[in-house]
Design a protein around this ligand. Structure first.
Ligand code: THU
Length: 158
């Protein structure tokens, strides 16, 4: 454990920590193989575990209008919500870097919608390394639904 709350472990340690890890990792690896990344050639897969216990895959889908690209993590969240999930417990993301790449800022922000306890595993498709951290450690003092309480338009109730 570092003072950032981020730990570098391996796949076996991740599976020991979370029984669903292996299944989520396999789902994310399959999704990585389906990534559409003709511009960056950086193929990313993800899998999220919903509150119901069901898992949902995601991959990055790039656009010739680069800003329209969606990351793997957000595509997994979108799939989970579209399927009826209202909570996200875990996000596993797989990148083709020996040192696993962790979710970008926009993905952290969307995951923050589901609370600081979302557990994030950043794994590699080319090494055994895995970073694990709570979302709250990856995005401390985040802007969230609580900031809109009593100020902005009422948040849509679930
Ligand atoms: N990408 C993800 O899918 N997730 C991240 O957290 C970071 C980046 C994608 C977006 C783009 O298609 C490619 O990786 C290179 O940035």
């Amino acid at each position: 454990m570092t003072d950032t709350g981020v730990e570098l472990i391996d796949r076996a340690a991740a599976a020991a920590r979370l029984p669903e890890f292996d299944g989520l990792l396999q789902m994310a690896l399959i999704a990585q193989g389906r990534a559409r990344a003709p511009y960056s050639n950086f193929h990313v897969g993800a899998a999220v575990l919903g509150g119901s216990g069901a898992a949902f895959p995601g991959c990055n889908v790039e656009s010739a209008s680069y800003g329209a690209t969606i990351c793997a993590e957000r595509s997994a969240v979108v799939g989970a919500v579209a399927a009826g999930e209202t909570a996200i417990r875990v996000c596993v993301v797989v990148t083709p870097t020996v040192d696993p790449s962790s979710p970008c800022g926009i993905c952290r922000q969307l995951l923050a919608e589901f609370g600081p306890d979302v557990l994030v595993f950043a794994a590699s498709s080319v090494s055994d390394a895995v970073y694990v951290a709570a979302l709250g450690d990856l995005l401390p003092l985040s802007f969230g639904p609580q900031n809109l309480d009593g100020v902005g338009p009422k948040a849509v109730s679930e």
